[in-house]
Design a protein around this ligand. Structure first.
Ligand SMILES: Nc1ncnc2c1ncn2[C@@H]1O[C@H](COP(=O)(O)OP(=O)(O)OP(=O)(O)O)[C@@H](O)[C@H]1O
Length: 245
């Protein structure tokens, strides 16, 4: 289709230009190919370009299998690039280990630690930051308040509902003050009603905390409810960009 080709060309030019910036995240023509896949097949991420400004919330929207999660994992440092460049504030992140990037991650199923109580789960990301214990406890309390579950430090995570678990997972990922929060379908496991409510809370929380974030979703309503800008992906590439409104 003529319009699609034109749209793609414009989006790519746009992405490439924006990626030169020295603030926030820039992904410049990134390609990720999973080991063992046919060399002649299209890579999971195929020359994707994307720029996210500081404090901006961007939704990555697209059909199943288009490469959203893979791009997010590459940004986190969990998948190596075959080609291209990912940088934060102009600094190339190639060779920077995932835990040294200062990025937070949150997944669909929360992945809470079953053997830790709520407080210890929220404290987890701060343990490597050598924060004094009282300060850490205060930060845990602050985060639990923020996600609407104050005073639940001592509760077992196995006793939480699905929605409560995702709130705790969000508190845990926000606690170390990540410079970029990567959210992979954080609400997909929840039922419709709860998802709508949590989407509103998530949008408010990210703004209140001034968090820069990328949200992966296949739900256009969720993307618009949470993000400042919606970026579409297809066949491993970033397509047109536009404001959520
Ligand atoms: N570990 C893996 N090894 C090989 N191929 C993979 C692996 N993970 C994903 N893929 C393939 O890479 C492509 C992109 O997958 P990815 O999970 O990034 O897409 P997605 O847009 O996040 O999809 P979904 O919305 O279904 O999660 C798909 O073709 C998928 O089959």
């Amino acid at each position: 289709m003529v319009t699609e080709t034109k749209e793609r060309r414009m989006a790519e030019a746009d992405g490439t230009d924006r990626a030169i910036g020295t603030r926030g995240l820039s992904v410049d023509r990134a390609t990720v190919r999973y080991p063992g896949t046919d060399a002649s097949a299209r890579p999971a991420v195929d020359g994707a370009s994307l720029a996210v400004d500081e404090r901006e919330i961007v939704a990555l929207l697209g059909p199943s299998g288009c490469g959203k999660s893979t791009l997010l994992r590459a940004i986190a440092g969990l998948e190596p690039l075959a080609r291209g460049r990912i940088a934060w504030a102009g600094e190339d992140l190639a060779g920077v280990a995932p835990h040294r990037r200062g990025f937070g991650l949150m997944f669909q199923d929360g992945q809470l630690f079953g053997h830790r109580n709520v407080g210890a789960n929220v404290a987890y990301g701060m343990e490597s930051q050598r924060m004094p214990k009282p300060e850490r406890a205060a930060r845990v309390a602050e985060l639990l308040e923020l996600v609407g579950l104050p005073g639940t430090e001592g509760r077992r995570v196995t006793e939480l509902s699905g929605g409560e678990r995702q709130r705790i997972a969000l508190a845990r990922s926000l606690a170390p003050r990540p410079r970029l929060l990567l959210l992979d379908e954080p609400l997909s496991a929840l039922d419709r009603e709860l998802r709508t409510r949590l989407a509103e809370d998530l949008a408010r929380l990210l703004r209140e905390t001034g968090t820069t974030a990328i949200l992966v979703t296949h739900d256009p309503e969720e993307a618009e409810a949470i993000a400042d800008r919606v970026v579409r992906m297809r066949d491993g590439r970033v397509l047109a960009e536009g404001s959520a409104a």
